[in-house]
Every structure is written in structure tokens, then in C-alpha cells.
Write a protein that binds this ligand. Sequence first.
Ligand code: SRM
Ligand code: SF4
Length: 517
Amino acid sequence: MTQTAEPQTSGNKFEKFKAEKDGLAVKSELDRFAAIGWEAMDETDRDHRLKWLGIFFRPVTPGKFMMRLRLPNGIITSNQMQVLGEIVQRYGEDGSADITTRQNLQLRGIRIEDVPDIFRRLKDAGMTSIQSGMDNVRNITGSPVAGLDGDELYDTRELCRQVQDMITNGGEGNPAFTNLPRKFNIAIAGCRDNSVHAEINDIAFIPAYKDGTFGFNVLVGGFFSAKRCEAAIPLNAWVPPSEVVDLCQAILIVYRDRGLRANRQKSRLMWLIDELGLDQFRSAVEKQLDRTLATAAPKDEILWEKRDRIGIYAQKQPGLKYIGLHIPVGRLHAPDMFDLARIADVYGSSEIRLTVEQNAIISNVPESRVETLLQEPLLQRFSTAPAPLTRALVSCTGAQFCNFALIETKNRAVEMIKELEAELSFSKPVRIHWTGCPNSCGQPQVADIGLLGTKVRKNGKTLEGVDIYMGGTVGKDAHLGSCVQKSIPCEDLKPILRQLLIEHFHAQPIPVLMANS
Ligand code: SRM
Ligand code: SF4
């Protein structure tokens, strides 16, 4: 068994409360919390430690918690979706779910008194929310069409599951990795289009052949934070698939034991790499692995532009299609979840895939069933052919539920895109990402146009506004965009976006007569 982190009694308040009591300890206290209710709970247990179980106190909606699951490779069965739909349905208007930018689901409206029962139901359905928040490893992302895509190089599904099982002890909780210095992201790409945004993960595995053998080049240290954003850098290492789990474990142990803990703004993996230097970091990982790492393959296999997978596509299995549905800003309600589950059962193989663009894919649909599937009423809203701006829209949670938010995001994003689409025509999608604060959960730095929430002053008033990012590229040779305009009040944003779309993305104004007809 891998050892746990040495307790730290100095440093910031997070290190202190983690040293006093491990986050995972609250797992055995859930019945007591359910009995006493959220108002009587110890505040550190309620506001922080519960996140080790994936339960997030929401100061914006006190008493109505958010639950973040773990869905390795973003795959969920229809039965699991049905169970999650039933969980949120009991909360009426308060209940909903969001597909996240890590190919995952978050449930809303959860009451603490129901959590023991919800956990039993998750376990019965083969799901877990363990270690999905705070100083833990987040959902392991993989190629969303793994096992379906005729052009894929490696089916990432099993590896994502194995990495998750190593980190979470098969979903039971693993004290070896519950006290990292900070959050941690891992992605595994088996495709040619960098579907996982490898460059923004603390560890990313990207396909690369070495001497004709398939394996992965390894990137490390990518992250976004309010103070600093960095693309991942090459570790100069190549591993075959069979060594991916061990390498993740070794890097996590080095990070856990040597990562910087004094200042939470300087605790992500890249700060340790800076401190040690890449060569010494690599040596520390090799020492932990007890073997030398092969040097990176000279070139990787990410050769394509990123594909959004919305629409109807042939699978590698003859006669089968996968159908990518656009889910506006990832928001689902219980009836949508039941419908998705039913559609996956009736037309597909009872499986739903999620993407980091907050969309869903129904897999294994026989060609002969596609036309009938397209007639389903749900597909009026979850379209296979959305308009170009809608198609590529991503938004973080924002002020509706997130206390870090400086602005409302999801509703505003949808409305503004509709207005712009009524005025402009496009030859191809433009990827617009909204994020409610500098934490950058909505990844504005990977977007064609990124909008990062801020507060601005106008006519003596404080208003919601954005900083505008541009130049983010994804897929092959991905690189991060940067801030091009600061402090635009949201009320003045539309004409500025309109102009950017015309000047940089070849949007054409629709003549007024046509627009109104
Ligand atoms: Fe995030 C914190 C939502 C992806 C960077 N993020 C939060 C919290 C937990 C803050 C809070 O307690 O309220 C947000 C919960 C709001 C809510 O109620 O939903 C939150 N983050 C999200 C999600 C749901 C955005 C979305 O709408 O999809 C994403 C959940 C992913 C998942 O399934 O686990 C989400 N967050 C990201 C990403 C994108 C990614 O991973 O590709 C990033 C940037 C990448 C990175 O982490 O390097 C991201 N979130 C942050 C940060 C800044 C981290 C840092 O090092 O400073 C915070 C704040 C923190 O950790 O202190 C944060
Ligand atoms: Fe909340 Fe900010 Fe993350 Fe949006 S970017 S979910 S507002 S922490």
C-alpha cells in the first residue's frame, strides 16, 4: 500500500485542517450529518471535507448541495443516467444536472439528509463521487469516442478506469491520495484530435509510436489558476499503455510528498517542476518508479484539428453509428436524463458518452434506426445540427450556483449567442467559452473567443463584465489564448463580439429584411 502524506501542521488553513482530520474521514459520519442537518454541522466538515466525497456546500443556495461524480472517460450507462435523474427529480425545481468541462456530471439540489441513501444508490448502480473535489485528482478524461472511432490509435476506456481505481481504491476512497497539495488533472488521449485538451492537464498521455510500438508521450504541469495559466510541457518520457497507471502513481507520490504546500496559489504541479527543474523532477519520478523512463518518441500522433463529435458518424463497427447531441451549456433536468437513458436503450447499446464541450453522444445505433431516432422530440432541443455559435458554446457554472463567480454565465451565454446568430451568418463554428471568474473552469484560454467574468465600473456603478481572450487553439499544436481586451461591461459586450466575429472569423451580417423574414 502506498503511504499517506506526512501531516503538516504549519502552512495555510487548508493544510492545517487536512492535518487535523483527513477529508475522507467524513465518509463514516454521513448518517450523523443526515440526522443533525446542514445547519448543525461543523463548518469545516460541511464546507470543505465533504468535498472529499464529492459533496459541495453551496453558499449561494445553502442546504442545497452539489454532488460531483466521477465518470472515467465520460461514459455512463442508461441505468446510471436513470438513477441520477431519479435523484435530482425528487428536488423539483431545485434539481438539475450539469455536464462538466471534464466530461463528467454534477447534480444539484442535494439535501444532506438524503446523502446516505443516494450513496447506496450510486454504489448499487456502479458509480462513485469519491475524491472528486478539493485536493484530489479530478475525473480522468479520455477520448469520447474510444472504441467507436475507426481512426483511433488506442481505446482509452479501460486505462481511464484503471487510473481512477488506483487513485480511489476502486471507489472506496484511498488515503494515499487524499492529501495532495492541491487539485490534480489527468487526461489520456487515444485519438488524433487531442479531444481531451491534453495541454491543460497536470499529466497528459498523448499517442506516440516508438520503434513501431504504440505508447504515449507524457506531458506534465498544465493548469489554469487565477494567478497563472500554463500549458503542459513534455516530460521527455514515453510509456506503453501497461505503464500508464504506475507512472500516474509515481508522479502523484512525488507531488504529494514534495509538492509545495505553503501558498495555495503556488501549489499546483508546475510550481514543483519549476522548483526542482524538469530534469530533477523526472529523476524523482524515476526513483519512485524504481526504473528509468524511456525518452519521448520524436513525434506524437496528434495530427488533426479538434472534432466536436456533434452529428451522425460511422463507427468502426460496420452498420453502427454514433450520434452526437448538442446539450446547451451542458444543463440537464430530470426529464432530459430519463429521455437520454430511454433513447440510449431503445436505439443504442444503453450507453451515453459525455464530452469536455459539455455535450452527449449516443453510441452503437444501427444505421436502420438513425432516421427514427432523429424524429425524437428531445432532439428538437438537443440537436445533431445546431447553429454554428451554439454548437461550440461552453460555459462554466457561474453565479447561479458558484460563490466564486463574478458574473452570471450559462443563461447569459445562451441568450447572447442566439442574438448574434440572428444577426450574423457563419461559414464554420466559432468556439466561445464563458467562465465566471479567473479560476477558468470554462477554459477561456482554449477558446477562439474566451470571456472571463470580472467586475467593472461604469458611470459610478459596479457592473458584471468580462475580459476577452483570443488566440486559443485546440487539436494539433494546441496553444493557449491570451487576454486582448479588459473590463468590458456585459451590457456593452454584444456589439464588440459582433465586430470580433466579423473581423476575425469571417461572419457576415444578415441583411435586416432577411433576418426578420
Ligand atoms: Fe473548476 C473550483 C466548477 C473544471 C479550475 N470549479 C471550482 C468550484 C469547485 C468552486 C466552488 O467550490 O464553487 C466550482 C464548482 C461550481 C459549481 O457549483 O458547479 C468549479 N470546474 C467546475 C466545473 C463544474 C465547470 C463546468 O461548468 O463544467 C468543472 C468541473 C470538472 C469536473 O467534472 O471535475 C470545472 N475547473 C475546471 C477546469 C477545466 C478542466 O479541468 O479542464 C479548471 C482549469 C484547469 C485546471 O484545474 O488547471 C478548473 N476550479 C478551478 C480552480 C482553479 C484551480 C487553481 O489551481 O487555482 C478552482 C478554484 C480552486 O481550486 O481553488 C476551481
Ligand atoms: Fe465558479 Fe469561477 Fe469555476 Fe465558473 S470559473 S465555476 S465562476 S469557480
